[in-house]
Write a protein that binds this ligand. Structure first.
Ligand code: CCH
Length: 292
């Protein structure tokens, strides 16, 4: 990139594909970290940087990447995301022209696609903001609460019940860390592959409260190796959510289709229409597609 001056360089789709490919390298080079992939924590960074959006005041969202600044970086919900931000910083070193908001959301897109998920249409246009653009603590969901809390948080972003249930399927990926959220364990047996197992397990396993000193969470009675948060479990106890959870448990294609649409919307929250460099979002190519 050295010959390209940051100011008069207009990156093309191919340039963003190069960034995507660099992220793939870092995701895969995770050694002993967690389940051998940085994918899940990158998805979480992209989500937490977008999920602060408030449709009434049009504040928050992915536009300004304000999680770079205190106090947002220290908000309880963001504990552990320094791992993902530090990783993305290494990518930024090689592609200094990309904005942090574009980089972090592209990281989420890349992670989902490379972990066997659906294509997530994405486009660049976010700009770097300032600490003053940050939103107050408390805009992200609290895992100890229930169905109404989820509605309160996600309706504020502009989502409906179906989209809440679809987005929650991201918990097929990754795990909870006692030193981050206080909760412990993965939701599925394949935490680095996106599947609809999260919904299947919610219906098929018997979930019991874990007896421990930590925060209230459920464990599967059979193996006691999987977990559900109180907010996950409401997807099968709330009548409206349950209908969608059942449909996604029965049909992975439907889940992928709805998940793709909802995540694409999520990652664009808070970005003024005039900032997009293209009216039609792009489908970035996976590593496999480029090698084929
Ligand atoms: Fe989540 N999530 N999430 N989540 N989340 C946690 C981890 C991940 C909630 C709470 C938690 C979404 C929705 C919710 C991911 C993606 C999404 C953790 C453990 C908690 C707690 C953090 C830790 O200890 O490291 C709650 C409550 C909601 C309410 O809806 C949505 C939406 C998405 C994405 C679309 C991913 C991925 C992880 C795993 C992170 C990792 O490091 O493995």
């Amino acid at each position: 990139q050295s010959g390209k001056a940051a100011l008069n360089f207009t990156p093309t789709k191919e340039d963003y594909q190069k960034v995507y490919n660099k992220i793939v390298e870092f995701v895969e080079d995770a050694g002993d970290y967690d389940d051998g992939s940085y994918g899940p924590v990158l998805v979480r960074l992209a989500w937490h940087s977008s999920g602060t959006y408030d449709k009434e005041t049009k504040t928050g969202g992915s536009n300004y990447a304000t999680m770079r600044f205190e106090p947002e970086s220290n908000h309880g919900a963001n504990a552990g995301l320094n791992v993902a931000r530090d990783l993305m910083e290494k990518v930024k070193q090689e592609f200094p022209w990309i904005s942090y908001g574009d980089l972090w959301t592209l990281g989420g897109v890349c992670a989902i696609q490379e972990m066997s998920g659906p294509k997530i249409p994405w486009r660049p246009g976010r700009i770097d903001g300032f600490a003053a653009n940050a939103t107050p603590d408390g805009r992200l969901p609290d895992a100890t609460q229930g169905a109404d809390h989820l509605r309160h948080i996600f309706y504020r972003m502009g989502f409906n019940d179906q989209e809440i249930v679809a987005l929650s399927g991201a918990h097929a990926l990754g795990r909870c860390h006692p030193d981050r959220s206080g909760f412990d364990g993965p939701w599925t047996f394949s935490p680095t592959t996106l599947t609809n197992d999260y919904y299947k397990l919610l219906f098929d396993e018997k979930w019991v409260w874990k007896k421990w000193n930590g925060p209230k969470q459920l464990e599967d009675k059979k193996t006691r190796s999987l977990m559900m948060l109180p907010t996950d479990y409401v997807l099968v106890t709330d009548k409206s959510y349950k209908k969608f959870a059942r449909a996604y448990a029965d049909n992975q294609d439907l889940f992928f289709k709805d998940f793709s649409a909802a995540v694409s919307t999520l990652f664009e929250l808070g970005v003024p229409e005039s900032q997009w460099v293209t009216s039609e979002p792009w489908e970035m190519k996976t590593k496999d597609e480029q090698e084929a």
